[in-house]
Design a protein around this ligand. Structure first.
Ligand code: ZN
Length: 362
């Protein structure tokens, strides 16, 4: 039922796009239901370079947008704060004049820090998060307080989610997998098998930080599945994956926690067996050699992409330059872009070179 509805949306958008291509419309136009149609039948996902934080913009075929996280604050440059300016530039590039949904995975400053500066540049329709902050680290409290001020002063909707919830977007299915330290208790469609990777996957302690409370999302567009767990920790992956894998295989894995060693256990990565992994690491944050080896060693992996060369690592633990958006040297803040077609074929484009790699539907 759900898939049928989504296919219906995809078809309607394809028809709208072909009308536009036939000269009966042009660029963005209004569909009969009043929503702005982006003019493309594809899902576009932009991975902003926020230097080892997260900010990922999803733009759906009906023009609706979903941003996951807002990078870090920049007090040194109030007129052009680094991360907010980069995210706003990507919004402009993507034709997004309003961020319809803004998910904050958790309240660490590399995820919520850029939010006040971004909302001053691009309006937001709905804020989505896991509920209250329970970490007393001063930088986390400051990020949380600044976010609460935005919520109190604005007129946008505010939605607190829990595991199992579906986000209120139309053109893709976005299911909350984890939130506020809890996880789904029943397998998703495609999950439910005993996970043979559990036995050899080391156990780690819970951090007792906001990372543990990350909002995790399974995003389905047509048949294609994308997993984004924010900075969900190794220990919190365990109830999702062991003894039964509740998630099932994914096509694209947005590498948890920038590729740091405290997330991305073999129990997770071997079971989801991504075809493509995209890592939002910084020059010296994330991109850990063991994370790299776990991902590269997973059974279906075709390509790993990195936002930055992991400069503390060696050449064996970095991908080829063609698959890295930002090489050592002056940082241009280049993005990576994922384009997903309704037939489940997709491509990844390197914002630095403009070159794309195609992945057929499977
Ligand atoms: Zn982070």
């Amino acid at each position: 039922m759900r898939t049928g509805m989504m296919r219906g949306v995809g078809l309607a958008v394809l028809m709208a796009a072909s009308l536009a291509a036939a000269g009966q419309g042009g660029g963005s136009h209004h569909d009969p239901s009043g929503g702005v149609v982006s003019g493309s039948p594809d899902l576009k996902v932009y991975f902003a370079d926020v230097e080892g934080g997260q900010s990922t913009l999803f733009v759906m075929p009906d023009g609706e947008s979903l941003l996951v996280d807002t990078g870090s604050p920049d007090a040194s440059n109030p007129n052009a704060p680094r991360d907010a300016t980069r995210i706003a530039a990507i919004c402009k590039l993507a034709g997004v004049t309003k961020i319809d949904n803004l998910v904050t995975t958790h309240y660490h400053s590399d995820h919520v820090g850029g939010l006040p500066q971004l909302v001053a540049m691009v309006p937001v329709g709905r804020f989505i998060d896991h509920g209250i902050n329970r970490e007393d680290d001063p930088a986390t409290v400051a990020g949380w307080n600044a976010y609460q001020k935005v919520l109190a002063e604005g007129h946008a909707e505010h939605l607190v989610v829990k595991p199992g919830d579906l986000l209120p977007v139309k053109a893709m299915r976005v299911q909350v997998i984890s939130a506020d330290g809890e996880a789904i208790t029943k397998p998703l469609a495609g999950g439910g098998a005993k996970n043979t990777a559990c036995a050899a996957s080391p156990i780690k302690e819970v951090e007792k930080t906001e990372n543990d409370r990350s909002v995790g999302l399974m995003i389905t567009f047509g048949r294609l599945r994308i997993l984004d767990l924010g900075d969900l920790t190794w220990a919190k992956e365990r109830p999702l994956m062991c003894p039964v894998d509740k998630l099932g295989k994914v096509d694209v894995y947005i590498v948890s926690h920038h590729g740091l060693i405290n997330s991305g256990s073999p129990a997770l990565v071997d079971a989801i067996a991504p075809r493509v992994a995209i890592m939002d690491n910084g020059t010296h944050k994330g991109g850990a050699p063991t994370t790299f080896e776990t991902i590269e060693g997973s059974s279906r992996l075709q390509d790993l992409w990195q936002l930055h060369t992991a400069e503390g690592s060696d050449a064996k633990h970095n991908v080829a330059e063609s698959h890295i958006a930002n090489l050592p040297g002056p940082d241009a803040g280049n993005y990576l872009k994922l384009t997903v077609r309704i037939d489940a074929s997709f491509s990844v484009t390197n914002g630095r070179t403009g070159e794309s790699v195609e992945y057929p539907a499977k």
